[in-house]
Each structure stands twice: as C-alpha cells, then as structure tokens.
Design a protein around this ligand. Structure first.
Ligand code: SF4
Length: 566
C-alpha cells in the first residue's frame, strides 16, 4: 500500500480533512477500482468537501486475502469510520461486499448491526436493481452522484450537527432525491417464488426516482488520480458521453442512462489537452464512441500531438473514414467493434441497426488506415437465436478476416463472446437466459468453427458465470442470503447454486427463478419501485418488436418523447 500511495498523483486538491470520516470502498482490487472513472469522481467529490475526511478501501489482493480490511490511506479499521460508502459498478462484485464487511468485522446484514458506521451504497449496478444487496445497506443513493452526493452531505451534516443521532440522520438523508432506504419496504412472496406484494411504510409513495445530470459539461469526468498500478494505469481516461441513442434491446447502459448526453467538443478537447500533459494515451470512455460529435477531429488532435486516442467501442455504421484514418495515425494497434450478433436477422431482433456491408466497410477503412487488430464483441443465446444465427458469427468473422489478410500483414482478430443474460430496465428484462446445456453445445460448435479461421482467437465467458451474474442482476432480496452462503463456502458460488437448485431453502429461493424463467408481463419485478423515467409499457412494446424482428429508430432527443426519458 505504501508503494502504491507513493506512486499515485492527485489531480485535485483534497479539502484537508473534515470531521465527518468517510471510507469509500470499491469492492474489487485496487487495480480494478482505480481504473473506474465513477469511483474516482465520487472520491473527488467526497475528498474536496470541507467537512469530509475521505479515505479509500479495496478488496485485498489475492496474496493478502484473509487479512483485516483496512483503509488504503491510513490503515484505519473500517468500523472506526462514521460512514462506509460502497461504489458498485458490476453485480459480480456483490460477493466482495460480504467478503470486505467480514474482513472488516462488520456484520453484513443490516438487521444484525444495530450501530456502527452508516453503510451507504451507490453505483451503476445498484441503479438497475439494488434488491440483491438491499439487506446489507442502510441507504442507497440511486443515480448519478454529481448533484446527489453534495445534497446528501449537506443534509447529513445538518442533521448530525443538530444532534439527531443515527436514526434522525438516516431519516433526514432519506429525503434526498434518489435516496432509497430499504428498511421501509416489506416484501412477501407467493408460493411459486414470485413477489406477491411490496408494502412501504414511510413518507411519500415509496417510489425512488433515480438522479441524472442534464448537462455533462458542468463536471469534468476524467482521471482524478494517476495510479500506475491501476488497469489502464498508462492512460488518461476521459468520459465522452453517458447513455446511448441506439436502443440495443439487451443493453442496460443504453437504457439506464437515457437520454443520451454528449460532452461538448470544446470541453472534451480541454479535458484531452489536460490529459496529454500527463499521459500519451487518452482512453475515451462511453457506451459508443463513433457517434460522439467531433470525435474524428478529437482523435486527429491527439495524433497531431504524438498521442494515441483509444476509444472504448465503435459502432461500425457511424464510423467515418476520417475517424478510421485518425485512429490509424495515432498508432492504434487494436480497435473494438461490437456487431453483437452474426446475422442480419439477429441484429434486427436486438435492434443493432447495423448491416453486414456497413461492418465490412468499417473493417476496410480500419485495415486501410493501418489498424493491425480488431476486437469483436458478440453475444450468444440471445432471444429467438437459431443455429443459423450462430453460424452467422463465423461467416462475418471470416469476411472481416479476409479484409485483414488482403493487406498481407500479420493481423489479429479477437472475438469476445458473452452468453446473453437479461438485464433489468431493458426490453429483454422479461426474457429467460438460455439453458446451460444448449449454450455449451452452441459455444462448442462456435469455437470449433472459429478455430479453423486463420489469425482469429476466441474468448468466451462461461455460461455458468453468466448464470451466476443473471441471478445477481435479476434477483430480489432473497439473493442476500445466497451471497452469505457463497461467502461461507469460500466463494464457491457454483456449488451453492447447484445445492440450492436441488434443495431450495425454506423461502423458496431456487436460483433458476431469476435466470432461466421468463418473467410474466404482469408480474411485480424486484426493481419496480424505482423510477428510471422509462415507461414499462414502452419496454414491453420494444420486446414485442424484437419478436417481430422490427427495428426501432435511434433516439432523436430534440423531438422524441416516446420512452419517457426526455
Ligand atoms: S424519449 Fe425518445 S429520444 Fe428520448 S431517450 Fe426515449 S426514445 Fe430516446
């Protein structure tokens, strides 16, 4: 820790230490946490507040597991902080919440704590569905934090200074827009494992409206701490947009961050210029980078200064020749494109709005510009998928590979294939995940066929892991007991999943009800109490359009009001 602290460089000035001690926790290792722009932004907001003294904590590295979890800055015990706040980006880190609390000597279940630090939680995983970890936390902050966290701190400090005590403070901060206090909700379950009723006791209706900032230019979301040990530690990261206008029906990020917001070319360029003073590689972060206004000019600007712009992912049909050339000029060895599905039919189902000629044209431009490798993202097991759709992945990869081979250089294509898992707040939230056996058969065939192509590697997420992630993402409050059982089994989630399939506990928790079961259209969904400004009816209609293989036009935020987000 000492070496890492010495190597870090802060690009902001902390307030110097207030009387409210906060430990901000990322439930994964230091290297992963410090690569996360959201975590870095929250760290800056807390650290620059005049009343807050903020430190960080992470999941210990593998060689230090089992040791007490303490703060990164001073080695202080977590239970000695006034507030312990988790920032969670991915549901697969939920288990680490239990691991960290156990390692810090703090009971994970709220009902068993009865005191100690206030446990807060936020982050994208919880905007979608906080229920799987609702029994662990005193309060969630649902949505984007730039305005919400300062409001929370103002209420917190006022109530604390007034001597409100723990309960009084909790009552005061629960009024902040976006705050979710899970102890005010009581859930009952029907015999088939679905939710029968949700009773709310507290002020207002119990609906929690997630927070969003309208204008990204009000804040610069970029690297705040340069940490060489972080993943992407050699890059300066700049957020270019939030949300996505394309409406892919499986994509949680595209729906939860609606409407699409872009940073203006001017503020983006200013952030990139600052970044180039620190690092030669600029990571452009967002759901899709080719449609960011001015992105080609921005990448040229980076290349002119001898730097390298590295966009997170590019949509092939909006990639321009100019952008491809700019990426080639700035020594981009590899570019990521996400066709997501191999056949035109499947891409219509998922609303990818992307044709094969458009993908091949993008490949031609990128290869011609000197890009030497491509990473292609695909999904497998999507709703209505057939074997012909899976074969389409092989055919499309082969055609892209031919473009690379024509250049006669050593080229590389890497396929990253993920089994589909339904996500809350998407049109596919009601869909089941495909049976594991059938997925394994499809994946086996795909790997054999791809193995016959020259210069192509394939990396497939295991269907078991996708099953586990789906339970964590689509589950309800009973998942917290499951996480405690997995922690007790030293992380062996597969054994616990199988044991609970064979013999569900008394509360009816069979993990397959969250993963392999279609949710009914009139069913109470665990996340129904959240308001993402998305009409549930709109999501259902989009699901129906998927079944009819009908595409929906991308967002036009100036005129459209159809989904409720604008
Ligand atoms: S209202 Fe229309 S433009 Fe706005 S996010 Fe929804 S679909 Fe997109």
């Amino acid at each position: 820790m000492q070496r890492r602290r010495a190597e870090e460089r802060f690009l902001f000035t902390p307030s110097g230490g207030g009387d409210v001690s906060v430990c901000l926790v990322y439930p994964n290792t230091y290297a992963v946490g410090m690569a996360n722009l959201g975590f870095q932004s929250v760290f800056e907001i807390l650290s620059t507040h005049p009343r807050v003294h903020c430190e960080r904590a992470f999941l210990p590295d593998a060689d230090q597991r089992g040791s007490e979890v303490v703060s990164f800055e001073s080695g202080r015990r977590l239970r000695d902080f006034e507030i312990v706040a988790f920032s969670i980006s991915f549901e697969t880190d939920y288990l680490h919440v239990v691991d960290i609390l156990a390692g810090a000597g703090i009971p994970a279940l709220r009902a068993e704590r009865g005191g100690g630090p206030l446990l807060l939680c936020g982050g994208p995983a919880t905007f979608l569905n906080p229920e799987p970890i609702a029994d662990f936390f005193d309060l969630f902050l649902i949505g984007e934090g730039e305005d919400m966290i300062p409001e929370f701190l103002a209420r917190y400090v006022d109530a604390r200074d007034a001597g409100g005590g723990r309960d009084g403070v909790l009552d005061a901060v629960a009024d902040v827009g976006g705050a979710y206090r899970p102890d005010r909700y009581a859930i009952t379950y029907a015999g088939d494992g679905t939710i029968e009723s949700v009773a709310y006791s507290g002020p207002g209706s119990g609906v929690v409206t997630r927070r969003l900032i309208a204008d990204l230019d009000r804040f610069t979301t970029a690297s705040k701490v340069l940490a060489p040990d972080a993943v992407f530690g050699d890059m300066y990261l700049v957020e270019a947009s939030r949300g996505c206008e394309w409406g892919c029906r499986f994509c949680a990020a595209g729906y939860m961050y609606r409407p699409i917001r872009h940073r203006s070319p001017e503020t983006l360029r200013a952030a990139v210029e600052e970044g180039l003073a620190e690092r030669s590689t600029i990571g452009l972060v967002g759901a899709e980078m080719a449609s960011v206004p001015g992105v080609a000019e921005l990448c040229e600007f980076v290349a002119d200064r001898g730097g390298r712009a590295s966009p997170s992912s590019l949509k092939a049909d909006v990639l321009t020749h100019r952008l491809a050339r700019a990426l080639g000029r700035s020594a981009n060895q590899s570019v990521t494109v996400a066709p997501e599905a191999g056949s035109e039919r499947m891409r219509r189902v998922i609303n990818k709005n992307l044709t094969e000629p458009e993908i091949l044209r993008a490949a031609d431009w990128l290869v011609g510009a000197g890009v030497r490798a491509m990473k292609l993202y695909f999904m497998i097991g999507l709703p209505t998928e057939t074997h012909a759709d899976v074969e389409g992945i092989v055919e499309l990869t082969q055609r892209i590979g031919e473009r690379f081979q024509r250049e006669g250089r050593v080229q590389q294509i890497r396929l990253s294939v993920n089994p589909f898992g339904p996500k809350p707040w998407t049109p596919f939230q009601w869909e089941p995940m495909e049976d594991l056996r059938s997925l394994k058969t499809k994946i086996g065939g795909l790997k054999r066929a791809i193995g016959r192509l020259r210069g192509v590697d394939i990396d497939v997420e295991s269907p078991r892991e996708a099953y586990y992630a789906t339970v964590l993402s689509r589950g309800d409050r009973r998942v917290s007991r499951f996480l405690l059982a997995v922690h007790a089994a030293e992380g062996d989630w597969w054994s616990v999943l199988r044991a609970w399939e064979r013999e569900p506990p008394a509360d009816g928790f069979d993990p397959r009800i969250f993963s392999h079961r279609p949710y009914a259209s009139d069913e109470i969904l665990p996340w129904d109490f959240l308001d993402h400004s998305l009409h549930k009816r709109f999501l259902w209609v989009e699901r129906e359009r998927a079944r009819e293989e009908r595409q929906t036009m991308p967002c036009d935020v100036t005129t459209c009001r159809v989904c409720g987000a604008c």
